[in-house]
Design a protein around this ligand. Sequence first.
Ligand code: KIV
Length: 271
Amino acid sequence: MANEINPSRVTIKVLEQMKSKGEKISMLTAYDYSFAKIIDEAGIDIILVGDSASNVMAGHETTLPITLDQMIYHASSVIRAVKRALVVVDLPFGTYQSDSHEALKSAIRIMKESGAHAVKLEGGHLAKESIERIIQAGIPVMGHLGLTPQSIYKFGTYTVRAEEEKEAETLISDSEMLEEIGCFSIVLEKIPNKLAKKVTASLKVPIIGIGAGSHVDGQVLVSHDMLGMNKDFSPRFLRRYLDLDSLVGNAVRKYSKDIKDGDFPNKGEQY
Ligand code: KIV
């Protein structure tokens, strides 16, 4: 893009400018130092330490089991690698739903113990009081509406959300409320393109989509999915940029064969 904003450090102000100039925002998850370093050096604008770590790092079926201590461990590993991107960390399930004081305590722990730049939490009106309290304490909050994986047992399925008018209206009023109380950005997950377009056009804050079409201000994917580390997950919205499953598998098979054949280490690889 011609007049691309290329800051040495991505801040909330920079994201606002990107939206007003129509420059798309790139966002990707990371959970550890080595991947975060590669992703940051490749110029991604926002790195999300997502609670999807529960799935892709720990092998759980849902995002529910991951703990605050585990999120802080992942986030502090990421933070040590990042020089440019804004780092946002998910508040995990069970650390903000019971009351707003607990929510603030959890957000403070993330900011203090990991050095992250912002937190993300799922939900609309039910999360309002918690989000307000966190923002009042000076912690930037990214909202998350549409498919909210922490409520998977309420939905019962990972299918597209807000296709019906009533749910779409709730999503619109929730997104307006999140902007009003001061969220700096909102993730919209797995909702119809038309609805995401409407929300994006009517709000000033950057809207980041995952399975929300092309009319949003930016896109986010789970890094393990876009790198092809997870063969069993193929939703329509996912574009795979690499087949890491095959690449790593082939490398490991070759390494194992070389050991068994007595080919590794060779003369030049020993002292
Ligand atoms: O946890 C996560 O990775 C997320 C993204 C899917 C937006 O919340």
